[in-house]
Every structure is written in structure tokens, then in C-alpha cells.
Ligand binder design. Structure first.
Ligand SMILES: NC(=O)c1ccc[n+]([C@@H]2O[C@H](COP(=O)([O-])OP(=O)(O)OC[C@H]3O[C@@H](n4cnc5c(N)ncnc54)[C@H](OP(=O)(O)O)[C@@H]3O)[C@@H](O)[C@H]2O)c1
Length: 239
């Protein structure tokens, strides 16, 4: 999937895992690729954009990066096609060889907002290779006392992406569970969770964003998932 002229969208790209995904994925794209970064914090998005340009401008394949400050928990009326069109920057969707979307945005406390892939311009054109990654969580499967809203939202979001895989046969969908990762969200977990969760977390190995995003890339590279819509965890025993 790498090395092609690609259209990449990353939500929650202003910090944490999403920022690392945006940087690492961008550095693997082909000439003429365009990247759209979505989150609320404009300063965070611009910082990610600058980090991407610092990496890709040194390569033979600099990418174009557009940022869109959007609150995905309250996005009624936001015209995603406008954001996509601006991101394409005069190129029409069919000129891209690959479309990659990583839905990473999420909070512990608030439910997210999903994208409707079917309204996306990239829905057309089976010749464009389409990859959709949902950053999920162990919380989608396992109860964590005190986290009922987060666990429910994660389970629902994973089901949504499994469904998308069944509905959109030409899209490769991966639900990737990144493990416990050192980000602002983890700081919040350690500060705000019930005592039993805090002590369990202290016993756990916390990963860096580099570790988990490198694993995600190797899973995508090797195609280590049984079928579209499958879930793979960082700790899964994979070669
Ligand atoms: N860290 C972990 O241990 C861990 C474990 C399992 C799964 N995950 C999942 O991994 C993903 C990334 O988490 P992270 O640890 O990198 O957390 P983080 O550092 O808190 O980053 C969350 C990202 O989501 C964006 N975001 C949150 N609410 C948003 C909204 N309403 N609209 C638009 N963007 C929004 C934030 O940007 P703005 O604030 O600028 O909007 C930020 O870029 C999340 O889906 C999380 O549930 C994390």
C-alpha cells in the first residue's frame, strides 16, 4: 500500500497516536500524495503538519498537507466533501492510486462522531485501493470498572467498522488495538480512573507512540489480518 500517490486522512492528528500515525504514514507515501489532518486544536494540527513536512521534504516524495479543525463530537453540518476537496488541492479523486483513512480520534469521556464513507468522493472508483483503519481499544472487549461509557462507545465503533467491511467490499478495513500508550489520554487514565484501574495500569508495560505505530505499519505491510474488518491487537502473537 505504500509508495503510491495516495490520499491520506487521519483524525485525531493533533497529538498522541494520531500525530505519530500521520508522520510515519506520510513518510511512506508516493509522489504527489495529499494528507488531511483532522482534530479540534489548530495549533496541534499545525505542529503535526510541520513535523510531516520536516520529514517528507527531505525525501524525493514531499506531500501536501491540509489541516481541518473539526469537532467530531458535534459535526452536524460539516461538509466532509469540502474538506476532502480542499485536501485534494485541484487533483480529482481518480488521480490517486490509494486512499487511506485512519479514524483515530477519541476521548475517554465523550463519544466520537463517525464518518460516513459512502458519502465520500473516494467511494467511487474501485481502481483506487482503499484502506480504512479504526484505532480501537481493548476496552471494546473487556470491562474496565468506571469506564462504561468509553467501553460501550469503543464496542459500538468497532461494530460499525466491521459492518463497513461487510458493506464496502472494495475497502480493506482493519480494527487496530494499540495497547496502553503513553499519551495525554494515558495521563488522564492514570489521574482519573478508579484506584483498582490505576494500580493495574501501574503494573502494565506502557508503550511509546513509536512502538505502537511501527507495529501497525508492519501489520499493514504484511497483511496480517484474516479478512477485512478483523481486529488485531498490538500484543497479538503475530510474526
Ligand atoms: N493511549 C492509549 O493507551 C490508548 C489505548 C487504546 C486505544 N486508544 C485510542 O487511540 C486513539 C488516540 O488516543 P491517544 O492516546 O493518542 O489520545 P490523545 O493524546 O488524547 O489524542 C486524542 C486525539 O483525538 C482528537 N480528538 C479528541 N476528541 C475529538 C473531537 N471531538 N473532535 C476531533 N478530534 C478529537 C484529539 O485532538 P483535539 O483535542 O485537538 O481535538 C487528539 O488529536 C483514541 O481513539 C483512543 O481511544 C488509546
Amino acid at each position: 500500500m505504500w509508495g503510491k500517490k495516495s490520499f491520506l486522512v487521519v483524525t485525531g492528528a493533533s497529538r498522541g497516536i494520531g500525530r505519530e500515525i500521520a508522520i510515519k504514514f506520510s513518510s511512506k507515501l508516493g509522489a504527489g500524495s495529499k494528507v488531511v489532518l483532522i482534530a479540534r486544536s489548530t495549533s496541534g494540527l499545525h505542529a503535526t503538519r510541520n513535523l510531516i513536512l520536516a520529514v517528507t521534504n527531505k525525501t524525493a516524495n514531499p506531500v501536501g498537507v491540509t489541516v481541518a479543525s473539526v469537532d467530531l463530537s458535534n459535526s452536524a453540518g460539516i461538509e466532509f466533501n469540502d474538506i476532502m476537496e480542499e485536501g485534494c488541492d485541484l487533483d480529482s479523486p481518480e488521480t490517486f492510486d490509494s486512499a487511506i483513512m485512519v479514524h483515530n480520534a477519541g476521548t475517554l469521556g465523550t463519544v466520537h462522531k463517525k464518518r460516513d464513507l459512502r458519502r465520500n468522493k473516494f467511494h467511487k472508483g474501485p481502481e483506487v485501493k482503499k484502506t480504512l483503519v479504526n484505532i480501537t481499544s481493548l476496552a471494546a472487549l473487556k470491562p474496565f470498572p468506571g469506564w462504561s461509557m468509553y467501553c460501550s462507545a469503543r464496542a459500538a465503533r468497532e461494530a460499525l467498522f466491521r459492518n463497513l467491511a461487510a458493506e464496502e467490499r472494495d475497502v480493506m478495513v482493519l480494527n487496530y488495538s494499540p495497547g496502553p500508550v503513553e499519551t495525554e489520554m494515558m495521563t488522564q487514565v492514570l489521574e482519573q480512573s478508579l484506584p483498582e484501574i490505576k494500580s493495574a495500569m501501574k503494573e502494565t508495560t506502557i508503550l511509546t507512540v513509536d512502538q505502537t505505530v511501527s507495529r501497525l505499519i508492519s501489520i499493514l505491510d504484511k497483511g496480517i489480518f484474516s479478512k477485512s474488518g478483523a481486529r488485531v491487537d498490538y500484543f497479538d502473537d503475530i510474526v
